[in-house]
Design a protein around this ligand. Structure first.
Ligand SMILES: Nc1nc2c(ncn2[C@@H]2O[C@H](COP(=O)(O)OP(=O)(O)O)[C@@H](O)[C@H]2O)c(=O)[nH]1
Ligand SMILES: [Mg+2]
Length: 198
């Protein structure tokens, strides 16, 4: 299956092209292995509330968030094995990447690490936000252990890298402070990137 790809405009209207390009650069690409919590985190960011029922994402899931006076688009690319090769295609369009890991899935952390390291080779500068998700689970690794397990010190040399502990609560009224912090960082990155990546 081919995932939908954003088409470049062939239209000669350059003003329109510029507008489209600006809006593309407001995209945050959300990646991570299947089951890590991408859809749940996205829903929590969008709705400012906790658990919303999710089903596995086949293909792409787009969510638009109005954050005060800035508008961001989040694009989740399914994390199943057959979709992972397509992740890198979306990088150049994004002003930031969120990589979600299940902090309690110790067995698949080396796989998450491998994909993350492969992925970021394709863009040397895009800011990276790693969500150490499912911090509510008893056996979840602490963010210092996630930092180590994902080898983050090897990939932060030339880029902005944030590691944030998150969880999507069962109680809808409870939003993890990590999610709120992430929204603030993203708004800040967006305002910086709109001056740097025209
Ligand atoms: N305990 C707990 N479960 C979570 C959390 N985030 C997601 N889940 C659950 O993990 C499963 C996969 O979540 P989903 O958002 O579909 O993952 P995705 O495949 O990465 O989009 C679902 O059953 C979610 O309810 C979390 O922070 N804590
Ligand atoms: Mg999903």
């Amino acid at each position: 299956m081919e995932p939908p790809v954003l088409k470049e405009l062939s239209d000669s209207n350059t003003e329109m092209q510029a507008q489209v390009r600006t809006s593309l650069h407001k995209q945050v690409v959300v990646l991570g292995l299947d089951g890590s919590g991408k859809t749940s985190v996205l829903n929590s960011i969008a709705a400012n509330k906790g658990k919303v029922v999710t089903t596995p994402t086949e293909g792409v899931n787009a969510v638009c968030v109005n954050n005060g006076n800035s508008k961001m688009e989040f694009l989740e690319i399914g994390g199943g094995e057959h979709l992972r090769p397509y992740w890198k295609m979306y990088l150049s369009k994004a002003f930031a990447v969120i990589f979600v890991v299940d902090s309690a899935d110790h067995e698949r952390l080396p796989l998450a690490k491998r994909h993350l390291h492969q992925l970021i080779q394709h863009d040397a500068i895009v800011p990276l936000m790693v969500f150490a998700n499912k911090q509510d689970l008893k056996n979840a690794y602490h963010i210092t252990e996630i930092h180590e397990a994902l080898g983050l010190s090897d990939i932060c040399e030339h880029r902005k890298l944030f590691l944030i502990g998150t969880y999507v609560a069962k109680d809808e009224s409870d939003v993890s402070s990590g999610i709120l912090d992430a929204k603030e960082f993203l708004a800040q990155l967006l305002s910086e990137s709109s001056t740097k990546r025209p």
